[in-house]
Design a protein around this ligand. Structure first.
Ligand SMILES: Cc1cc2nc3c(=O)[nH]c(=O)nc-3n(C[C@H](O)[C@H](O)[C@H](O)COP(=O)(O)OP(=O)(O)OC[C@H]3O[C@@H](n4cnc5c(N)ncnc54)[C@H](O)[C@@H]3O)c2cc1C
Length: 522
């Protein structure tokens, strides 16, 4: 995946079959699907791949136990099927995770047990294992820091867990392997129309600082919470398609939550579920559901959201954490499908919707990371119909994603690179200095920085520390400390000078400070 080659292709007089706007889960899934059907695809992402919502999820590949309680069986069945496909197609980025719901009343463990039995039943052949009712002793063995007062036992069930931003990179590389041109740091600034129909986009190469025009038979708007900006370019009077809702996660050290099981709190004070999930040597706790009117590329956690998460976690454990114990806090915006007069976004549907404008612009919004493949299939079917492209069946259900290899287990050294790990190991053998870590507390090496610059389109220090490695999300302070070293390595690969290094370090430090709740509250 080489950015320069991709940019050069834009100079050619080409009419693409499909242009996809947005390089999150939805857009990247569409690029993979369309490229596999043999279409000529261009994907344009304004920032880095997965810079938006797609790097800020709870990291669950799941059917959604909560949606079952809301009676949305169709969504749960669909997501459970997709969970099964994703676990099979990307074993280097996903794994089966055990969750425990602790019970403080005798009745509740049976109540949740029955619900989870149904949840498992709906996954049919793709079941990850039956739920089990367990006693207090077994629960404490699996989850030693759980609150013991009044504990009656609990329910164990299984779901999927993954690395969201790394999956996005794997999708970008899969699309590229299949012939698609995928470009980060290319923003769409306008739509081109002919006879009243959209036939291309005006774009800006944010790195080369150049404006270009590219043409296509059909354009798909997959910009998450930003879909309305593109819809406005099409028709300034178009009604809003999304209602954004913010979700926040707090990350703490594993020492406050030892063991391998994840905690599921089935009912928070606002009627949501809350998870504490072991992830990359840390624990991710979340999330919230706060309706917002303003959307931003770097959403900031509200003070009350952080307090809400900490107080619920402390209620269910003996950990007694404070803001000082938080390693990182991150916020993401759900692109929920707009429904009128819905006050509580927690109740809003997580289904996806496809809109086809009078001008043939296709817009897709809503959905979940877990269902990205099905969303892509639906979007490409619509696009092919609208653009009168040849009818070719979607075949992504069994498509192995970039890096797939038998026997690789997510969570082991370099596993997120899948089969590419062999080449990274070779780099460390050939140049032993590349085996050095970029920060003493994290296993991430210099070789990985070089690899990501050369093969994964990492352009900025933030791309490395937030989405190629996940250090910003698991330990913001360490990410700030590692930034100068990362900038130097990147500058060495790209032939950049001291000015570039200084600018990168300053802007990353500014961004990363917002991931420290201590800094946020002063
Ligand atoms: C707090 C939270 C927790 C979640 N947890 C889970 C979970 O555990 N499991 C799960 O399955 N799902 C989860 N989800 C849902 C899932 O993360 C989202 O549904 C998914 O990431 C949305 O992807 P997207 O591609 O539609 O949007 P995004 O990831 O936001 O991608 C849209 C992209 O479009 C780009 N863009 C915008 N404007 C332009 C432009 N003009 N030109 C070019 N590009 C542009 C943006 O930069 C952005 O990268 C969660 C969501 C949230 C908010």
């Amino acid at each position: 995946m080489e950015r320069k080659k991709g940019i050069d292709k834009l100079e050619e007089e080409t009419i693409w079959d499909i242009i996809v706007i947005g390089g999150g889960a939805t857009g990247l899934g569409i690029a993979v699907d369309a490229a596999q059907r043999g279409f000529k695809v261009l994907l344009l992402e304004k920032n880095d791949f997965a810079k938006g919502t797609s790097s800020r999820s709870t990291k669950l590949v799941h059917g959604g136990v909560r949606y079952l309680a809301q009676g949305n069986i169709k969504l749960v069945v669909e997501a459970l099927r997709e969970r099964g496909f994703l676990l099979a197609n990307a074993p280097h980025l996903t794994r089966v995770q055990e969750f425990i719901i602790p019970s403080y009343a005798y009745f509740s463990k049976w109540y949740y047990g029955i619900g989870l039995y149904l949840y498992d039943f709906l996954s049919r052949k793709l079941s990850l294992g039956r739920p089990r009712i367990i006693g207090k002793k077994s629960l404490l063995k699996a989850m030693p820091s759980v609150n013991k007062k009044g504990l009656k036992g609990g329910v164990v069930y299984t779901d999927g867990q993954f690395d969201d931003a790394r999956l996005a990179i794997a999708l970008a590389m899969t699309a590229s392997d299949l012939g698609a041109t995928v470009l980060n740091y290319c923003s769409v600034t306008g739509l081109i129309k002919k006879n009243g129909f959209v036939c291309g986009v005006q774009m800006q190469d944010e790195i080369g600082e150049r404006a270009l025009e590219v043409r296509a038979k059909v354009v798909i708007n997959a910009t998450g919470v930003f879909v309305d900006t593109i819809l406005d370019m099409d028709d300034a009077a178009s009604p809003a398609a999304v209602m954004p809702s913010q979700g926040v996660h707090v990350v703490i050290s594993k020492k406050y939550f030892p063991g391998t099981a994840a905690l599921m709190i089935p009912k928070t004070r606002d009627g949501r579920v809350l998870f504490a999930v072991p992830w990359h040597d840390a624990v991710v706790i979340g999330t919230t559901d706060t309706p917002l009117n303003i959307i931003s590329e770097e959403p900031v956690a509200l003070d009350e959201e952080i307090s809400f998460i900490i107080s619920h976690f402390n209620e269910y454990t003996d950990a007694n954490i404070t803001r000082e114990d938080v390693l990182s806090v991150f916020a993401g915006l759900r692109p929920l499908v707009k429904t009128s007069n819905l006050g509580n976004t927690a109740l809003a549907s997580r289904d996806h919707t496809i809109l086809v404008s009078k001008t043939n612009l296709i817009t897709i919004t809503g959905g979940k990371w877990t269902t990205y493949r099905k969303m892509a299939k639906d979007a490409v079917n619509n696009a092919a119909f609208v653009a009168k492209l040849p009818i070719i069946k979607c075949r992504t259900r069994r498509l192995r994603l970039h890096g797939f290899a038998e026997g690789i287990q997510y969570g082991t050294s370099l596993s997120v690179y899948g089969s590419d790990a062999t080449q990274i190991r070779k780099m460390m053998i050939d140049q032993p200095e590349l085996a050095e870590q970029i920060h003493p507390n994290h296993p991430y090496t210099k070789a990985e920085v070089v690899w990501s610059v050369e093969h994964e389109m990492a352009m900025q220090v933030e791309d490395i520390l937030a989405r190629r490695s996940r250090i910003l999300f698991t330990d913001a302070r360490a990410a700030i400390e590692a930034a100068p070293r990362v900038a130097e390595i990147m500058a060495g690969v790209n032939g950049e000078g001291v000015e570039w290094i200084a600018e990168q370090v300053t802007s990353f430090r500014e961004l990363a400070t917002a991931y420290l709740p201590q800094a946020q509250t002063g």
